[in-house]
Design a protein around this ligand. Structure first.
Ligand SMILES: [Zn+2]
Ligand SMILES: [Zn+2]
Length: 330
């Protein structure tokens, strides 16, 4: 029912693409990250909570339809529904059913709760398309609650020493989950514009993320003991150096590798990811009951071979143009 084309994952019968990377007439978007939600499509279908994100990133004038989780629409006999992916707010897996055959495109997803996005729900299917960003056994993430409390402890210690804490995290998704878990008694919270823009959108929808946008009027040298959230692109820019004295921490699944932290030049790494680690990937794939697995961005080759050898699944590697997650994008 689904084909892998140079424009993206395609359902010919319903004439719809999922997360296409070239402009198409009709696109279902799993979530708002830029490698999945691109410009130029005629019509967008996504989860209700992804609508304001797409409008922020792609423009207010796009044609867009929002769906709640588990609500089915039908296109030329294909039943299409969205299901929680647990990746970021509004992220969805796409389920397509035609004449009893069921495909699920998971997009990006994780099983570990972040306290914000609706938790991942396994969807039974025959064909399952999975990412494999951390599809190696070395990736074994600590429990998120433990990481959030580690961030608070680090901030508290820095604040006590009169030092600012700069946290580097992706602006959409990870920043909000960190903000949601901060102990606001420790000190003030400041936001880089990229994070503040995303927060403004969510806060207008009824969320309540803390933090003050850093504007040119704010004297950064007068800030002490605060926590500052900024995206990876801000790392090693003058913007950050003006908060000194400061310590920097990077929040990413890649922080599990010592070398990655050293190379990024931060003082501290927190292993925090919006993706599955090895255990979660295995658990998710098995929970679908699918016999046919298509492995996309990440360690496609290795993970597909593992699924074939270990569980006798019909797993194959699929080359997609979803950007391989780097320390910056993950
Ligand atoms: Zn993503
Ligand atoms: Zn992705």
């Amino acid at each position: 029912m689904l084909e892998f084309t140079d424009k993206g994952i395609f359902c010919p019968r319903a004439d719809v693409y999922i997360d296409p990377w070239k402009p198409v007439k009709s696109a279902i978007i799993t979530h708002g990250h830029s490698d999945h939600a691109r410009m130029g499509n005629g019509h967008y279908i996504c989860h209700m909570e992804t609508i304001p994100i797409l409008r922020l990133r792609l423009g207010l004038d796009i044609s867009i339809q929002g769906l709640d989780y588990n609500r089915t629409i039908t296109k030329n006999g294909v039943r299409i529904s969205l299901h929680p992916a647990g990746h970021i707010i509004g992220s969805a897996q796409v389920r397509l059913e035609y004449k009893g055959e069921i495909w699920v495109v998971s997009g990006d997803y994780k099983l570990m709760a972040d306290g914000l996005s609706v938790p991942f729900e396994p969807v039974r299917c025959h064909h399952f398309i999975t990412e494999s960003t951390f599809g190696l056994p070395i990736y074994n993430f600590p429990h998120t609650e433990q990481v959030y409390s580690g961030i608070n402890q680090w901030w508290k210690q820095n604040a006590w020493e009169g030092v600012n804490s700069v946290v580097i995290a992706y602006a959409l998704g990870k920043s909000q989950s960190i903000l949601h878990h901060l102990d606001l008694d420790i000190g003030d919270v400041f936001l880089h514009g990229a994070v503040a823009n995303v927060n403004d959108v969510f806060n207008a929808e009824g969320y309540n993320f803390p933090g003050v946008r850093v504007t040119p009027e704010i004297d950064r040298k007068s800030i002490k003991g605060a926590i500052i959230l900024a995206p990876p692109s801000a790392l090693s820019t003058p913007w950050i150096s003006k908060f000194s004295p400061s310590r920097k921490a990077m929040c990413s699944g890649w922080m599990q590798l010592r070398g990655a932290r050293r190379r990024s030049g931060v003082d501290r790494g927190f292993v925090l990811s919006d993706h599955c680690d090895w255990t979660q990937l295995n658990e998710a794939v098995l929970a679908t009951g699918a016999e046919n697995i298509y492995v996309t961005h990440g360690y496609q080759n290795t993970f597909a071979k593992w699924l074939t050898d270990r569980y006798q699944l019909n797993a194959i590697e699929i080359k997609t143009q979803f950007e391989p997650a780097t320390a910056d994008l993950e």
